[in-house]
Structure formats: C-alpha cells, structure tokens
Design a protein around this ligand. Structure first.
Ligand code: PRT
Ligand code: ZN
Length: 283
C-alpha cells in the first residue's frame, strides 16, 4: 500500500483529488477524515497541511505527495520532486505600492520586504546582487505596506486581483510554480512498483488533457491533402461515407495546434468538423 499526502483543504486539494479520480482510483472522500483507503488501487490518502507534506514525505510517514513547487523549494526539498502536474499554477512576485517609483530591482536595496518565502526571496536577491531586509510573516502579506510594516512584499500571485485591491503593483517575478508530485527517496521495490503504475495512469490522463479527437468529412479528392494536415498518433483513420465520393477522417490533434489546424482543414475542403475530448490516452 502506497501512502499519498495531499492538502487537506486549500488551493491544491480539489485538483489533487480530481487527478486521483481521473486515474480511475475510487475512494470515499471526507474532509473530516485524516486518511482514506482507496478501494480499487493499493493507495492510502493522507490529508495534511501543505507545508507539512515535504517533511512527511522525506521522513517516510507518507511515501509520495502533491505540493506546490513554491513550498517544496522554500523548504529546500526539491530533491523529492518527481514531476510537475500542470495545475495550481502561480508565481511568487515582488510588489510595491502603486504610487511608488520603480525602475528596477536596485530600487529595493536597503528596503523592508515582507514575505512568507524568505529563502526563495533571499536567493533571488542574492542572484541580483541586491541587499534588503526580509521580514518573514506567515499570512496577510499583502497588507504589510499599508500598515507600515514593509516597503514591498513578495507573495504568491495568480490572477493579480489581490495585489490590485491592496493598491500594489507587481514589479518582479521571483519564482514560477505549479503542483508537483514528490516521492520519498527510499521507496521499497513494491512501493516503487505501485508508484510506477500510478505514474503510468497520470501520464495517460495528462496526454488526454492536451489532445482532442477530431472527426471530419471530406471529398475523396481532398483526402490526401487533409491527411497531411492531421498528424495523429500514427496516421488518420479514413472511412468511406455512405454518400459516394466522400470519406470520414478521424485523428488526434494537440490542443496547442488546434486552432491553426482547424483553419487549414477548412481551407483544404473539410466539412462537418467535430472535436471531442479524450478521457485517457495510452501510448
Ligand atoms: O492550510 P494550508 O497550509 O494547507 O494551506 P495554505 O493556506 O498555506 O495554502 P493555499 O491553499 O492558499 O495554497 C496552496 C498552494 O496553492 C500554494 O502553495 C501555491 O503553490 C498554490 N497557489 C496557486 C496559490 C495561489 N494560486 C494563490 N493565488 N497559493 C496562494 N494564493 C494566494 C496568494 O497567497 C494571495 O493571497 O492567493 C492570493 C493571490 O491570488 P490572486 O488571484 O488574487 O493573484
Ligand atoms: Zn500552508
């Protein structure tokens, strides 16, 4: 049985549980519980504060976990990272009052900066050769300038609306973050096998999220041109339509190339284009 630590309640919780479910793993979810055993996969879920997850995984209380890279690197535990998961994307940024003059990072020399991420901030300032006073506070960092506690802050930003509503402007990006899967470095071979199975499923889910299944109709004399536009996994499936002289083409396209391909397909004579989501994709 592999033990995974996920955030009990916060910005990582919902997506972490969703990923486990999308891997076809069933469990009874209860926010009141400390742990849950999955019913159809040798996995036990531990619900923890996000800050505690790297430590518990390093100590082997949990075997694996899901945490923000910002927390992982701040705690100096990046060696536990297995892979990025693509959700809970955010950035750690420096911000100053909207009215402050700011040209570049040297403007922060000698200033007071409030943050919950002293280590990430210190290494950024060191890299830039700037000396400033770091005040470590654990919450409500964004109000520090307005109460006179600091000249600037260094905090997590996603939409930017918290900064705006506190009269602050983002001036430097210190660190880019997303959720990451971490693992204890001394897993038994049995546990490593379960982790490999889980990773296989996670990869299938991730590939499917980026891919779309596309179906379209084309006159037979356009099929070659259109096939060239559809990369697919191997090559497109081509089936005759009931209507003489027409075919149906099926393939898989990457979400990133999607709009460009659609336009080219229409220009090449494709009709009745359908694009549908893919649930799982095995290579
Ligand atoms: O209780 P526990 O300790 O488990 O949770 P927490 O309160 O420490 O963490 P939580 O749930 O707030 O965040 C967990 C992780 O989500 C963080 O470590 C980040 O990796 C990631 N994440 C993604 C964010 C945000 N987006 C985010 N917007 N973490 C925090 N914020 C906060 C930020 O601190 C600021 O107050 O949201 C505000 C800014 O948001 P915008 O959209 O207004 O810019
Ligand atoms: Zn926390």
């Amino acid at each position: 049985m592999l033990r995974i630590a996920i955030q009990k309640s916060g910005r990582l919780s919902e997506e972490s549980l969703k990923l486990i479910k999308e891997c076809g793993i069933s469990f009874v979810n209860s926010s009141l519980k400390l742990k849950t055993e999955c019913t159809n996969f040798p996995l036990e879920i531990l619900y923890l504060r996000d800050d505690d997850i790297p430590g518990y995984v390093a100590d082997g209380v949990a075997d694996i976990g899901i945490v923000g890279e910002n927390v992982l690197v701040e705690e100096g535990m990046q060696q536990l990272a297995v892979e990025q998961l693509g959700f809970s994307k955010c950035r750690l940024s420096l911000a100053v009052p909207k009215s402050a003059d700011y040209d570049d990072i040297s403007d922060l020399a000698g200033k007071n900066i409030a943050t919950s991420y002293p280590n990430l901030l210190q290494s950024f300032l060191d890299e830039k050769g700037v000396q400033a006073h770091i005040h470590t506070i654990s919450g409500s960092v964004e109000i520090a300038p307005s109460i006179g506690l600091a000249d600037a802050i260094c905090d997590i930003v996603s939409s930017g609306s918290t900064l705006i509503s506190n009269g602050l402007k983002e001036v430097e990006r210190v660190f880019k973050s997303q959720a990451v899967l971490i693992s204890n470095q001394n897993l038994s071979s049995e546990k490593q096998q379960v982790l490999n199975k889980l990773l296989f499923r996670i990869h299938a889910v991730q590939r499917a999220q980026r891919a779309k299944y596309i179906l379209l109709n084309a006159p037979n004399d356009k099929v070659d041109t259109i096939s060239q536009l559809l990369p697919g996994i191997k090559s497109p499936t081509i089936l005759p339509l009931a209507e003489e002289g027409w075919s149906s083409l099926h393939s898989v396209v990457n979400e990133d190339d999607f709009w460009e391909i659609i336009e080219k397909l229409r220009d090449a004579g494709a009709e009745g284009i359908l694009v549908v989501p893919i649930e799982k994709m095995i290579k």
